[in-house]
Design a binder for this molecule. Structure first.
Ligand SMILES: Cc1cc2nc3c(=O)[nH]c(=O)nc-3n(C[C@H](O)[C@H](O)[C@H](O)COP(=O)(O)OP(=O)(O)OC[C@H]3O[C@@H](n4cnc5c(N)ncnc54)[C@H](O)[C@@H]3O)c2cc1C
Length: 596
């Protein structure tokens, strides 16, 4: 393996110390709440660009979590563009060359593509020329990111819990109130008031401050991932993420260190079966383990029976929203899981977050440095990739357009990852007949190889973030599934046992009806998620949830004066310019007279 990391755990060497008191300024360009994956990377890159940053984290000890353990090649590329590629070195990270999908006794490899000639060197690459992802203990990676942020001139890292957001006399968010962690238990906690031109909320999936930018959308949870850590698991396809399509929901396995393998078991529903009554253990024993590849079953059984604590995390969905476009929400930006989440099945959260750091640094960074452009980005409209420093004190004239640029530049990757994750989860967690037909068709589609693998894996890896390609492959899978219904042999019960044959002509009318149901189901799976992405293209209006309410707010009945109304209208129109070009306008529930 050309680029396998060394197994030494440099990040475990010394606990992270916050910036010394004497070197702390009182006011900053950016105040960032939360030093997770996104907060730490963003603090580093903004400071590298020449901005001053205060990064606040409630707990600087190495995180011990079951999230964010596989970074797709697209995320590795973003990390390289930020200059943080070395955070994957020395943390016992494991190279990932793609996925292996298991479906009953069958399995199919889905390898990552070969590196594009124009983008060579902007990621990690194996001896075969294929791009690679990396999997690791989440804590090791975050610790490495925090250390790089702390070492970057311009970053002040403080171990403190943010309690409140501060608003100045003109109603602009101007910083935070935080309680600093004390070194000794006897000392009283000190309260800090930290001011910044822009406050960035990056406090993760359970965010307390996600609504500060004006969105009232709350995350929804369809299932939970339950995790175990296996020791020396005999993975059938080493250096690959394993996806097992079980009748009870998808199961993921990937190696996270030389010794450890993570298993994430999807358990549908918002609430988990009881652990104290042994219901969750019984579910894993009876429904999950029998669906695993045979050679893995003893290892998982042994770990379960050893009494290892079953850890879980909700799998949330939170669509993004355009930020900073309204008069009453200035001074704050929300990023990472606090702003946008999708089912973790496709392992895309960190990639989206790291690319947000790239785009935001280009949009709001200082004059000293900006993340380089990829060859594929050179052709984007100038306003999307502009890197001229913006005046952080001029929200309406500088930051607002920059945030609009950020919204559009993040759109291709974020929307592909969001839609793909939600749609694949519906297919792989299939709980009705039509979904099962689509799941079977999807698996057979992968079995055909060639573009049927290269296309979807280009999307999943974050290397070819093209929404049209996603829609193309999704509906190709739907039509292929329908074709399989008619043309592929299947098992029928007969007097002499089971026979396998193609459906006869007499079955065609019922199959035609089923086909309609399958196609309708495919539309129901993907169109609502696409809709959430389209809706996100309109600026956020606080407490506006319906088109009539939006209409009312546009007309100024919520107290906006005429000038503000026209200003607002202008912004709506310019925000929707891109959407209109692509014909999406017809689907937006906005009053037509405002969109002419
Ligand atoms: C089960 C599961 C598995 C996943 N697996 C993957 C995967 O394999 N690959 C992938 O790319 N993505 C994965 N994700 C998604 C990924 O973990 C997230 O997208 C990513 O961690 C988001 O980073 P973040 O910085 O926004 O939030 P976090 O990493 O959660 O960081 C938030 C930080 O804010 C701090 N904080 C919170 N509140 C405060 C406060 N008031 N004051 C100060 N600090 C505060 C927290 O301590 C934390 O350090 C997974 C998600 C789940 C649920």
């Amino acid at each position: 393996m050309a680029s396998a990391s060394s197994p030494t755990l440099s990040s475990s060497a010394a606990p992270l110390a916050q910036s010394p008191l004497a070197s702390r300024p009182t006011s900053y360009d950016f105040v960032i709440v939360g030093a997770g994956v996104v907060g730490s990377a963003l603090a580093f890159s903004l400071a590298r660009s020449g901005r001053t940053v205060c990064l606040l984290e409630r707990d600087l000890s190495k995180p011990d979590r079951i999230v964010g353990e596989l970074l797709q090649p697209g995320g590795v590329r973003a990390l390289s563009l930020l200059g943080l590629g070395d955070c994957l070195e020395g943390i016992d990270a494991i190279p990932v060359e793609g996925y292996q999908v298991f479906y009953g006794p069958r399995s199919v490899p889905i390898g990552y593509p070969v590196e594009d000639e124009s983008e060579k060197g902007l990621g990690v690459e194996s001896v075969t020329g294929k791009v690679e992802g990396r999997s690791f203990h989440h804590g090791n990676f975050v610790d490495a990111l925090r250390k790089r942020a702390l070492a970057q001139p311009g970053v002040t890292l403080i171990e403190a819990t943010v309690k409140d957001i501060v608003t100045n006399a003109s109603g602009v968010i101007a910083g935070v109130i935080a309680t600093e962690k004390q070194s000794s238990s006897s000392a009283a906690p000190s309260t800090l008031r930290i001011e910044g031109s822009v406050t960035v909320v990056a406090d993760g999936c359970f965010s307390k401050f996600r609504k500060t930018h004006g969105s009232s959308i709350a995350p929804t949870v369809r299932s939970n991932f339950v995790a175990l850590e296996l020791i020396h698991a005999p993975l059938p396809a080493p250096y690959h993420g394993h996806v097992v399509l079980s009748p009870s929901g998808p199961i993921l396995l990937y190696q996270i260190s030389t010794e450890h393998t993570r298993i994430l078991i999807d358990v549908p529903g918002e609430k988990l079966p009881s652990v104290s009554k042994g219901e969750l253990q019984a579910h894993i024993r009876d429904k999950v383990i029998p669906s695993l590849p045979e050679k893995l079953r003893p290892c998982v059984s042994k770990t379960l029976e050893s009494g290892q604590r079953l850890r879980s995390m909700p799998n949330s969905f939170l669509p993004p929203s355009m930020q900073g476009q309204t008069e009453n929400r200035k001074g704050v930006i929300v990023v990472g899981d606090a702003m946008n989440m999708r089912h973790p099945l496709t392992g895309g959260g960190m990639s989206v977050g790291l690319w947000d750091c790239v785009h935001l640094t280009r949009a709001l960074g200082g004059a000293r440095w900006s993340p380089p452009l990829l060859a594929s980005e050179q052709s984007q409209p100038k306003d999307v990739t502009a890197s001229a420093p913006v005046d952080l004190h001029a929200w309406s004239h500088s930051i607002r357009p920059a945030l609009r640029s950020w919204h559009w530049s993040r759109k291709p990757l974020a929307s592909v990852i969001n839609i793909l994750a939600q749609a694949l989860y519906s297919l792989f967690g299939a709980d009705d007949e039509a979904l099962a037909v689509l799941r079977e068709g999807c698996f057979k589609y992968f079995e055909m190889g060639g573009e049927c693998v290269a296309g979807p894996v280009g999307l999943l890896s974050g290397l070819r973030p093209r929404p049209t390609l996603l829609v193309y492959h999704f509906f190709k899978v739907a039509l292929f599934s329908i074709w399989c219904l008619f043309a592929h042999p299947r098992a029928y019960a007969s007097r002499n046992g089971e026979i396998v044959r193609k459906p006869g002509i007499a079955e065609y009318p019922s199959l035609a009806f089923k086909s309609l149901l399958v196609f309708y189901t495919a539309c129901v799976v993907i169109l609502p998620v696409i809709w959430t992405e389209l809706k996100a293209n309109a600026p956020t209006f606080e407490d506006v949830t319906s088109s009539s309410a939006l209409d009312a707010s546009l007309r100024g009945s919520d107290g906006l004066n005429d000038g503000a109304f026209h200003d607002l209208l202008d912004r709506v129109n310019s925000s929707l310019r891109h959407t209109r070009k692509s014909g999406y306008m017809n689907y937006l529930p906005l009053p037509k007279r405002y969109l002419a």
